[in-house]
Design a protein around this ligand. Sequence first.
Ligand code: NAP
Length: 498
Amino acid sequence: MEHMTKLEPPTLGGARRYPAFINGKWVPSSDNKWIDVTNPADGSVVGHVPALARKDVEAAIDAAHAARRKIRDVPAIARIELLERAAHLLEADRSLLVDVVVAESGKPVAVAKGEVKSTLERLRLTAQEARSMHGEYIPGDWVEDTKNKMAVVRRVPRGVVAAITPFNYPLFIAAAKVAPALVAGNTVVVKPSTETPLSMLFFAKAMEEAGLPAGALNIVTGRGREIGDVLAESPRIDMISFTGSTAVGERIASKAGMKHLALELGGKGAALVLEDANLDLAAKEIARGGLRFQGQRCDAVSRVLVHEKVADAFVARLLAEVAKYPMGDTRDEKTAIGPLITPKAVAYAQELVLDARSKGAKVLAGGGFVGQYHEPTVLDRVTPDMRIAWEEQFAPILPVIRVHSVEEMLDLANRSEYGLDSSVFTNDVNKAWGVAKRLEDGAVTINGYPAHGVGHFPFGGNKKSGMGREGIGASIEEMTRVQTIVLNMPPAETPFDW
Ligand code: NAP
């Protein structure tokens, strides 16, 4: 992060203190407290952000509330062009953004490049989608009751959207909330993860340069447990779009009152490998699905349910694939596995491995850790009494559960408290369809690992994985509400006195 570009947010003092962004101004916290942002790869401090006080967050909400009419009155085409200008500015600083994401999240550079690419595409596709953001005309004369009426159904902005985001896609997830919110005419307060707040500040700088009115976008940094309730409880916030753990999502839901909620929470993605699956394909996809960004993805493949008749052959192929994921320096293009986000995350992953081992699981690859790097791990002969069969590991660990039938696979898959993503591997399209329909997840991928990329398809969870859907079109829809205006008109045949 050495090079200076016009998108670099201002810094305060010599120690790379990046201020928060409130009401169009770059500000420290009112009590001048700062939080270190560290690189998980080596523990080095890569910047500091304000630990905002509750009253600073209130000021951001005030600013967003005051700006909500201003942004609504900006013609839609101007909002669309603003997003396009921001995308253009970010594009010019693509490599800087990649550096920031690598440094704050410990994402291997090849994976961080993918995140930045998806972010730019999402901005452009959101701008494109917004061009067809119209309401509806509904004639009333289909029904006797309303024959003299017609309705215009408008999609109107919700008002102020609070976007609370996790560490794992620090740029993409926040941008995928901010872009649809603004383009639909809302104002936004973003609370990024304390582990990874920097890329959002760079993003805000691009929005500022692109000409966004003051107050329309605010970035508040600070610890969720200290300032999160201010956002969750504020009566001046109309919607909360949250992505993160189920525990925090449930807390927000309990505090939010009548706000509109979109909650993208945890997952326990099952990959179902049927007897007739293409095992080479299944092993390749499942390894990628389980290991990409160290398995720190809500849609990661986090348990494999394989038919016992093909289990040995599948596991042999899986081990060969997993061997292709080297740990290493996150700035090296060849590195596939970087560090986990915190020492606590490593300790938790190890707890799950040790629990499984103690109950009879076989460690066929990895199993250990070095510093914050957890080895890519394959656990075979995992059984339902082990914690890793049910808990979200958020680490590069693939637990393999051998099963006797498709019914057993479906039972295990659906018994999870989560319902986000799953995948089915089979060469029989009839089986694929039948199994997919019976899975209780928001999305099922056939013959591939779950990956939501730029958001072309609607995405979201059921059960403890949350509520609401995100996606290029779906997010705009979530961030608008419907207003119906009914016109009671004289019948067409009524004579007029011209
Ligand atoms: P997290 O601990 O729940 O944190 C998410 C965000 O919530 C952070 O900004 C955090 O701030 C904030 N927060 C913490 N306590 C809060 C409170 N009391 N009120 C309001 N906000 C609060 O999640 P994470 O560890 O960053 O991310 C991993 C989790 O996210 C996993 O469970 C994963 O499955 C889930 N996830 C889901 C999706 C999806 O689309 N379904 C996508 C990505 C990740 P601090 O950082 O300051 O604590």
